[in-house]
Write a protein that binds this ligand. Sequence first.
Ligand SMILES: [Zn+2]
Ligand SMILES: [Zn+2]
Ligand SMILES: [Zn+2]
Length: 239
Amino acid sequence: MIGCDCEVCTSADTKDKRLRSSILVESATTSIVIDTTPDFRYQMLRANVKKLDAVLFTHPHKDHIAGLDDVRAFNYFQQKPMELYANSLTEEAIKREFAYAFSDKKYPGIPNLNLNTIDEKPFVVGDIPVTPILVWHLKMPVLGFRFGRFTYITDANRIDEEEKEKIKGSDTLVLNALRKEAHISHFTLDEAIALTKESGVADGYFTHISHQLGRHQIISAELPAGIHLAYDSLALIFE
Ligand SMILES: [Zn+2]
Ligand SMILES: [Zn+2]
Ligand SMILES: [Zn+2]
């Protein structure tokens, strides 16, 4: 956090250096990013991503959409629009906050975006089947996404019972866990642990971690078996 001298912000452990939450999902032929954070450009450079087929959006908060302009590098190399998948709430925010990309008179070099409206119904991107999961961020609907045996959910503090069913059968669940203290719109560490156990997954990874949670090494040692703190550049491979 800017200006913070806490033990996490001053830690030398690279696992305490947390950019905003996003993941890259890749198959042999298809590459998808979930959310374009304010750190999107650096995240793409760091992971040396050469090709991107689509962006899936969870919700319209700034820390999940602000980096969208930088997909224009992919437009340039791929010579086609970037396919965006978002619910109508997020779509409205994207059109408002990146209005220049949707105007009739387009300035050269601006991002070329193609919006695909999604809801809770499954869809396919390239060869990757995607099942959206509706979760709640206080009163805002947010989409989690399941890809085969892997489920990614961020920015939630409540999930309806019927949507929880969609997580079941996953091997791995990524879930947001902000800090230990209660928060109005994010799961706490204990809430995330309880939901991970309830889901019956073999492995849980926590993301969207605040500096207020504490140091990676210390908190990791407190977690039950099969539950881990995620960290930047963590890669999971599913055969
Ligand atoms: Zn701090
Ligand atoms: Zn949010
Ligand atoms: Zn967020």
